[in-house]
Design a protein around this ligand. Structure first.
Ligand SMILES: [Zn+2]
Length: 184
């Protein structure tokens, strides 16, 4: 693997983590699921050199209700597809989907630009439409965004609102509150 959320030693060790991975696990930046998935990917890579996993990046996993999203490198969905069944079986995950990270957001800790944020929100609320996005400055000194999303009556968002908000936060390091406006 070109990139994993954990170091290779920790991905291969059962339970014992190095100081850096332990710190990241405690801060929530790394999860136990990330480590388990990394281990399986390394096994797959070693067993199947033709799969091109050695050139692929797995950034992190995001657990939503009944759905696990794996954030991977741009254009790599085909490379990872053969891993799905094994992950589902070994980790008892029901549904797995991939999100390819865009070039701009390849640094996981960095916040994305407002333009990129709009693109990401717009992508995930389809068939809904992003009407606008406003930055709010909170008394705590933090900031968050409010996104107004319009959806036609009868249409459904691809994920529930809490799941959408969690996914967007994990992908962009930005809190976005979604407000849904249902129209006839
Ligand atoms: Zn480590």
């Amino acid at each position: 693997m070109k990139l994993l959320p954990t170091c290779i030693t920790c991905a291969k060790s059962d339970g014992m983590l190095c100081e850096s991975c332990q710190e990241r696990l405690e801060s929530g930046e790394l999860t136990n699921l990330d480590i388990d998935i990394s281990e399986i990917m390394l096994e797959m890579e070693e067993a199947n050199p033709d799969m091109k996993l050695s050139e692929a990046s797995f950034f992190k996993s995001i657990e939503l209700e009944r759905l696990t999203i794996l954030v991977i490198g741009k254009g790599e969905t085909e490379v990872f597809k053969p891993v799905i069944k094994k992950l589902q079986r070994e980790l008892q995950l029901s549904r797995i989907e991939f999100i390819e990270k865009s070039k701009e957001s390849s640094d996981l800790k960095a916040r994305v630009s407002e333009k990129e944020l709009k693109n990401i929100v717009n992508d995930f609320v389809k068939p809904g439409k992003l009407l606008g996005i406003n930055k709010l400055f909170l008394p705590t000194g933090d900031d968050e965004y409010k996104a107004r999303v319009q959806i036609k009556q009868g249409d459904r968002l691809p994920l529930s609102k809490p799941n959408l908000e969690k996914l967007i936060k994990e992908l962009t390091n930005t809190i976005v509150r979604i407000e849904i406006d249902v129209v006839q």
